[in-house]
Design a protein around this ligand. Structure first.
Ligand code: FES
Length: 156
């Protein structure tokens, strides 16, 4: 009987390891996918300066700063991938899973998140904001160069 239980335990362990390896490999394949998939989220005027908008279609936050610059932040926490939420009152992103928090530009305020929220490339074309939901860029720091501006409004 003991051997039977041991065999069943090994079988469950093997299934768990197999599923874990599949999950890890499929995740790394997704990250390497460089195929841009731009979605049009609307005209620039739809996003007020100093606003944060959740775009569920691409699972990202479109963050427009007071100076008019845009940043598209992935909603996935950089710890284990839970969806972060925008806390409007404290003006920070928080993760419900292990309590990481991120500043408005996606920088880590509180670990265990190891790095800032990933970025989606964006372009502003003919007055419309377009986000590449097929690409997520890792970064180690926020830089003002990551912001996108409407034509003629770029900060110098
Ligand atoms: S998944 Fe966000 S803190 Fe762990």
């Amino acid at each position: 009987m003991r051997r039977l239980w041991r065999g069943a335990g090994l079988l469950v362990l093997a299934q768990f390891l197999g599923a874990s390896i599949y999950f890890l490999l499929s995740g790394s394949r997704r990250k390497k996918s460089p195929i841009p998939v731009f979605i049009d989220v609307g005209p620039v005027e739809d996003f007020a300066p100093d606003s944060v908008t959740l775009v569920r279609r691409g699972e990202f936050y479109l963050n427009r700063f007071a100076d008019g610059g845009f940043l598209a932040l992935s909603r996935r926490c950089t710890h284990l991938g839970c969806a972060v939420t925008w806390d409007r009152e404290r003006k920070i992103f928080t993760c419900p899973c292990h309590a990481s928090s991120f500043s408005r530009d996606g920088s880590v305020l509180k670990s265990p998140a190891p790095r800032p929220l990933d970025l989606h490339p964006l372009i502003i074309e003919k007055g419309r904001v377009k986000i590449d939901i097929g690409t997520r860029r890792r970064r180690t720091l926020f830089s003002p160069q990551q912001l996108g501006y409407p034509a003629g409004k770029q900060k110098t």
